[in-house]
Write a protein that binds this ligand. Sequence first.
Ligand code: SF4
Ligand code: SF4
Length: 304
Amino acid sequence: MVNSITGLISNIQRYSLHDGPGIRTTVFMMGCPLRCAWCSNPEALSIEKQLMIFDQKCTLCGECLIVEPEAISLDGGLRVDRALIKDIESLAHCCPYDVFEIIGNEMTVDELVDECMKDEPFYRNSGGGVTFCGGDPIVQADFLVEVTKSLKNRGIHVTLDTSGGLPWDQWDKLASAVDLILYDLKLHDEKRHIEYTQAGNSLIFENLDHLAKLGKEIIVRMILVPGVSDDPKDIELRCKRLRQSKANVSLIELLPYHTLGKGKYTRLGMPYPLGRNNEKDKVNVEEIIQIIESIGFKVYYRSP
Ligand code: SF4
Ligand code: SF4
């Protein structure tokens, strides 16, 4: 039977080694309830298809002026007024030099499962599987429940990487269906959470309590953005709240901040939200590790 529900996917990355056990296929879903200032996947934040513009490839050939005469100007170089674009698909297809790229590939459940199953031998040999990340996959939870069921029927290990930023009843079935959850805890201080992610964190901590009741294995991830999310006191409070939740946390993974996604903001016509480039500022990783261990969690720092 063909399953006709569709999902919107920004990218599929093969041979991933950092998104759960073994060798994995990581599926980047579109849509996210948060807007983290350090996000390295801005193309996946919206649930709508996005247009990336690689203006350095433009030869000023003029083909796109025929398709989008109001949105495009070639005076002094390629200029695109995104608000005036009528159809991003026609624009993307008209350029012979691949200046335009559409982000967002609509796939059915069966198409995505077939794509993931191409790497089955790697999963079997390495203890790997498939990881859904994004964006935040819980935005498309109904679609992913069906994909997960199908993968599980084929004996594939499935991991969900989520911010936990949507009401529990919107993604409880998905949480129940997967094998492992990677759960991002960004800040304990709610005011700062709102300042840096445009969303509160009470729902995220409440959802931890739901996950605890489910007993599902969780790896908690904390990104160490210098001067933003690396305050040892805030990390201590996050860990204490984790303890209080009684969630089945097997590991806390500390991730270094990087600015590799910065160029994507330019190509999407978006400002990079973290104004100051603090990539090189020092983070006191040793102190943070000590704090986490003193609260009784196993911790791993993924060095840059
Ligand atoms: S069609 Fe492509 S290469 Fe030609 S002017 Fe437009 S953007 Fe530039
Ligand atoms: S939760 Fe992840 S995908 Fe969403 S904005 Fe934050 S970093 Fe980006």
